[in-house]
Design a binder for this molecule. Structure first.
Ligand code: ADP
Ligand code: MG
Length: 697
């Protein structure tokens, strides 16, 4: 199998495999479950299981696992073999429908946010037929949801599936109210662009900060950073190209439509983008992509960093979540068409997004809130923590015209004069792109750009689907009762624009003035993770989740706890790693260097000519002063960490201690260290420098 079409999806129980290994009846039933979310009869499960097993055995599998996404943010699995004892000491390879549908796993070690006590350890995994099973190594992977004995969800996939059902149901209802009877199912589609860093494995192993925390906690800026913009879209180095080639191949085998690869803004930073697919599949595939990247990198002598901010002073990594809605009849509901002004259906769906984003800005911000992402948002490399929508001037003018009851006189799309006759002419897009907007309309989809690179994309998509479903439902409520649908559609669009245009911002989101303006518009600006989390359980949010049956109130409280705990733990590990490096490596190294310079100074004085070691003495004084500060900040950091460890309050107040006190002291300590690095002989410095880490790949 050498041609791409031949091996593409060869490790996935996809359409082709299903056709081959299932009877026609079962194939059709499973297919309709996958495409339209129809319930699959349990009686079919045995045959599906058997077909899957036969297919997996043909690929050399010995084991199967239920693959799930607990609240830890990464995936989990427990492998079982297909072996079943048979007569006369032999074994046969078996896999039953029961084993496919339901797994039981000890759930006590996964975070539940107090939903279950540890003694109530029982947890279930349940097959998600809408995401394809696949083979990795010798194991058949079955995507599953994960829930507790009492039915509370403990994972990220279940609420995503719930939100997808909601948005489909409400979109179909709304379309019906518009007189569209042809649509029976609407799919949220997602394409996630993934950024990452590749660094040399040898150097990685020399840095405990990278090993324990995924980011550098110390490191002076090199003389060259990303200021020349010479890496973005630059030629890809051979070693990196070999990695990307390998990555594409592995992903293609797993049915991931990896499509574009390029260098990103920072040195040794890259991006991979797949072709969009249904939200749930896109989410599973993004988890797979991150995992394959991590596993493959060492083969090429690299380590793949997915942390949001591996290096201070250069751009961190994010993820762009491209989102749209498409019908089972193949229509993208966000395609404006040639005459958007006349396309009221499009404007109505657009209005649902505008109203949803404005009313639930806080939830969107919360959906991307992690310790790592706090380093990016608002740091002039990623959108600010303030949510807003970029529509472009044409669409905004159209909405304004509808709101004012006016006709819209469109702008003619200019032809792009390229000045060279031989080049093909193409039409200019009606608006330029805006790379600074957190939530940008990009022609026929929305691009949510605030995600951190390591995030499970289920989190933001649960929110986007739910907040938009809620608006579609409200619109449908009005239109179902309307006796003049056309007029009421225009009224809804106009009302939404009048009441929510504060959320539309086409300008530069990185500019200082935007902070002021956003404040005067009353938009929220939750700069840190704990600040954002305070609002997860706000009354309006609980109401939204309960009404749409995505989360119960107790699930939201549990999730808040889990996320806050994970935030505090992350910073705790960072702080302890810093102390370890500071005291065991950095202080002794600088002190030894000062000792050497002192010896030199003494020897110089002893020379007969009596040479004055002025420069040496200045350096000694400088470094000694810094060392005093350094050890003082080490002590302060230790105190802050101890305070956190002894804290008796709730998860939120603990997170605030980490956010304000521990992180604050970490920053001070780092600053002193980075200054010392600039004055210390490189041979004494205990770690590979930023320059070596970023520029030697
Ligand atoms: P850019 O961000 O540079 O504009 P592209 O236009 O290539 O990039 O698209 C970026 C991502 O958006 C890709 O993963 C692509 O598959 C995805 N995408 C394109 N159209 C849609 C759509 N209708 N719905 C969801 N994702 C989409
Ligand atoms: Mg993009």
């Amino acid at each position: 199998m050498n041609s791409i079409p031949e091996f593409f999806g060869s490790m996935v129980f996809n359409d082709e495999a299903m056709k081959k290994f299932l009877s026609e009846e079962v194939y059709k039933a499973l297919k309709s479950t996958i495409e339209n979310g129809q319930h699959l009869d349990n009686s079919m499960a045995n045959e599906v299981a058997n077909g899957m097993k036969e297919w997996a055995l043909s690929l050399g599998c010995t084991h199967f696992t239920h693959w799930f996404q607990p609240m830890t943010g990464i995936t989990a699995e427990k492998h079982d073999s297909f072996i079943v004892p048979a007569d006369s000491g032999k074994v046969i390879m078996e896999f039953s429908g029961k084993e496919l549908i339901k797994g039981e796993s000890d759930a006590s070690s996964f975070p539940s946010g107090g939903i279950r006590a540890t003694f109530e350890a029982r947890g279930y995994t349940a097959w998600d037929p809408t995401s394809y099973a696949f083979v990795m190594g010798n194991t058949l992977y079955i995507p599953t949801i994960f829930l507790s004995y009492t039915g509370e969800v403990l994972d990220k996939k279940t609420p995503l599936l719930r939100s997808m059902e909601r948005i489909s149901a409400e979109a179909v209802r709304l379309l019906k109210a518009l007189g569209r009877d042809d649509v029976t199912h609407v799919n949220a589609s997602v394409g996630a662009e993934q950024e990452y860093f590749l660094i040399d494995k040898e150097m990685y192993l020399e840095r405990r900060d990278l090993m324990y925390t995924g980011r550098t906690l110390f490191g002076a800026r090199p003389p060259k950073g990303q200021e020349m913009d010479d890496h973005y879209f630059g030629a890809i180095k051979p070693r990196v190209a070999a990695f990307m080639e390998d990555l594409d191949r592995e992903l293609w085998k797993l049915g991931v439509l990896a499509k574009t690869e390029h260098n990103e803004a920072a040195p040794c930073q890259h991006e991979i983008a797949p072709i969009f697919t249904s939200c749930n599949l896109a989410s599973d595939q993004n988890q797979l992509t991150m995992r394959v990247m991590k596993n493959l990198a060492p083969k090429h002598g690299f380590v793949c960093l997915l942390h949001e901010k591996p290096f201070e002073g250069v751009n961190g990594s994010g993820k762009h979540n491209n989102w749209s809605l498409s019908t089972n009849t193949g229509e993208n509901l966000f395609r404006p068409g040639k005459k958007p002004f006349e396309n009221k259906q499009f404007l109505l769906f657009l209005s649902a997004v505008i109203k949803g984003v404005d009313e639930f800005q806080d939830l969107l911000r919360i959906s991307v809130a992690t310790a790592g992402n706090d380093h990016r948002l608002g740091a002039h490399e990623a959108p600010p923590a303030i949510m807003s929508i970029f529509l472009g001037s044409e669409l905004e003018e159209i909405l304004e015209a509808v709101a004012n009851g006016e006709e819209y006189i469109g702008v003619k799309r200019a032809k792009m004069g390229l000045g060279v006759d031989a080049l093909p002419e193409f039409k200019k897009d009606t608006t330029d792109r805006n790379r600074t907007s957190p939530f940008a309309f990009t022609g026929n989809k929305f691009e949510f750009r605030s995600l951190g690179s390591s995030l499970n994309i289920a989190c933001p998509n649960i929110i986007i689907n739910t907040i938009v479903a809620e608006q579609l439902s409200q619109f449908a409520d009005i239109l179902e009762k309307s006796d003049n649908v056309e007029k009421d559609v225009e009224k809804i669009i106009g009302d939404v624009y009048r009441n929510h245009h504060r959320i539309i911002f086409n300008g530069n989101n990185y500019a200082e003035e935007w902070l002021e303006e956003a404040k005067s518009r009353g938009l929220c600006n939750y700069r840190t993770m704990p600040e954002a989390m305070e609002h997860y359980g706000d009354e309006k949010n609980i109401k939204l989740f309960e009404k749409n049956k995505v989360y119960t109130a107790s699930e939201i409280h549990a999730r808040t706890e889990i996320l806050l705990e994970s935030y505090s733990k992350t910073i705790n590990i960072e702080a302890l790693t810093m102390l370890d490096m500071a005291r065991k490596d950095i202080f002794p190294a600088v002190s030894r260097f000062v000792g050497e310079v002192s010896n030199t100074a003494v020897s110089m004085k002893k020379l007969e000519a009596g040479i004055n070691p002025k420069a040496e003495i200045e350096l000694i004084a400088k470094l000694s002063d810094l060392l005093i500060k350094f050890s003082q900040y080490c002590n302060e950091l230790e105190e802050a960490v101890n305070k956190a460890h002894n804290h008796k309050g709730d998860a939120l107040s603990l997170a605030y201690i980490y956010c304000n006190e521990v992180l604050g002291t970490m920053n001070k300590l780092r600053k002193v260290s980075d200054e010392m690095e600039q004055y210390t002989d490189a041979q004494y410095w205990p770690y590979p420098s930023y320059g070596r880490l970023m520029f030697t790949v």
